[in-house]
Ligand binder design. Structure first.
Ligand SMILES: Cc1cc2nc3c(=O)[nH]c(=O)nc-3n(C[C@H](O)[C@H](O)[C@H](O)COP(=O)(O)OP(=O)(O)OC[C@H]3O[C@@H](n4cnc5c(N)ncnc54)[C@H](O)[C@@H]3O)c2cc1C
Length: 394
């Protein structure tokens, strides 16, 4: 790939998660040299599944990675919501041909490590991208034509610009937005992945199934071409811990899930070790770019996972940012402002609506009854209409 857009000074990227790798690759495709710093000693993702709405495939199409991502996914035939107390079906949304016809892209579920590995491989194939592990970005200074980043080991790196893709606890955001710690939602997710052979046949379902309970819910779906089974149990708790990979106490889980349907309990019983994520988000903001520095993904707009869109939004961001940078290569501060302008209302809406969906899933009593009536009355086309603002974009 020839450099067309930047001379030799690279754009610096802090963080090598899904967002950081996606933007590094998207920028390199536009001819920008990139230097990416990841604090961990290797590039890796935690073992868990994510859902991929049709909107991410629109973005992936633009950077030529759609087929590579699709190679590892499972394509669920439907999304289903059931009452976790009675077992009753609340809603069933087909994700097959009618869905594809409506949105022009598929719905899929994948292992985080698989999509991350695809992005990593794409970056490694580009001679414009330098990937550096064990490099923690500690600070940065703006100067006339770019930025100088300070790494934890004292090293300084010069760049034309800096993109903070350093997640929910972003250091770069601290300096640009300065809105303190993320908002703790009071919800905790326990996650586990089983092999297909570990799941009894009568419990294995090809669909994305969500069991909605009082102040809790449970989701399961297959991963990696059906070879794995992803389980996520979410409940209300004030427990707080930073990071995405602490071990979760089984006692705490059982306290919240007792009394639910046997299908739910039997699946929960199969798990020995749960990984716990304390779920956090932030209020939407729009001033996440300053001079030659901007934010992307969870650093810019961390959201609860109830719309299953954090990684999708990070990938959309990456493509939008690279397009803006390519259209104004000699004015990256202007390109970053244009990118922010193009993205903040869409990502802010997802941040807000994710909270609403969370309340919806965890409803109790009359609220739950009203939810069930509202959802059960919808045709698949009406369900598609309801989510078209998200899946039909950007
Ligand atoms: C329970 C749960 C379920 C989810 N389900 C879905 C889903 O179904 N669909 C979906 O699209 N999204 C989902 N998400 C959201 C998605 O996982 C995140 O939004 C996405 O991973 C964000 O990617 P990112 O690259 O912005 O941040 P991260 O993945 O957090 O990556 C940040 C990277 O930066 C590195 N880093 C941090 N600080 C520094 C530093 N100072 N210097 C250098 N490196 C640094 C970190 O080590 C990490 O590698 C879910 C999230 C949760 C918690």
């Amino acid at each position: 790939m020839a450099s067309t857009n930047g001379g030799s000074t690279p754009i610096l990227v802090s963080g090598g998660g899904i967002g950081g790798l996606a933007v590094a690759y998207a920028l390199a495709r536009q001819g920008f040299p990139v230097r990416l710093f990841e604090q961990s000693s290797e590039f890796r993702e935690v073992g868990a599944g994510i859902q991929l709405g049709p909107n991410i495939f629109r973005a992936l199409d633009k950077i030529g990675l759609k087929d590579a991502v699709l190679a590892d996914v499972h394509r669920p035939p439907a999304q289903e919501m059931r009452d976790a107390l009675t077992g009753e079906l609340i809603t069933h949304i087909p994700l097959g041909p009618a869905f594809f016809e409506r949105f022009g892209q598929p719905y899929a579920v994948t292992h985080r490590a698989d999509i991350h590995a695809t992005f990593l491989k794409a970056c490694q194939s580009s001679n414009l991208i330098a990937l550096e592990t064990s490099r923690r970005v500690d600070g940065f200074e703006e100067h006339g034509n770019g930025v100088v980043v300070t790494l934890e080991n004292g090293e300084r790196a010069e760049g034309r610009a800096l993109i903070g893709c350093d997640g929910v606890w972003s250091k770069v955001r601290e300096r640009i937005v300065g809105d303190g710690k993320p908002r703790v939602s009071g919800h905790i997710a326990y996650r586990a992945v089983l092999k297909r052979s570990e799941v009894p046949d009568d419990l294995w379902r090809p669909d994305v199934v969500l069991w909605a309970g009082p102040r809790c819910h449970f989701v399961h779906y297959p991963l990696r071409r059906g070879e794995l089974y992803n389980l996520v149990a979410v409940f209300h708790s004030d427990h707080y811990e930073e990071g995405w990979n602490a071990e979760g106490s089984k006692d705490l889980l059982w306290k919240h899930f007792q009394g639910l349907r046997p299908e739910v309990l039997r699946l929960l019983e199969l798990i020995d070790t749960w990984r716990m994520w304390v779920l956090c988000d932030r209020e939407p903001v729009k001033n996440w770019s300053r001079g030659h520095t901007t934010l992307l993904g969870d650093a810019a707009h961390p959201m609860l996972q109830y719309l299953a869109q954090g990684a999708c939004m990070a990938t959309e961001d990456a493509v939008a940012l690279a397009e803006k940078a390519a259209s104004m290569p000699n004015d990256l501060p202007g390109a970053f402002k244009a990118y922010e302008q193009a993205r903040y209302l869409r990502t802010g809406r997802v941040q807000i609506m994710a909270r609403v969906y969370g309340d919806f899933y965890h409803a109790r009593g009359v609220t739950a009854e009203l939810r069930d009536i509202a959802l059960a009355g919808r045709t698949p086309q009406q369900a598609y209409d309801g989510i078209a603002w998200l899946y039909g974009g950007p």
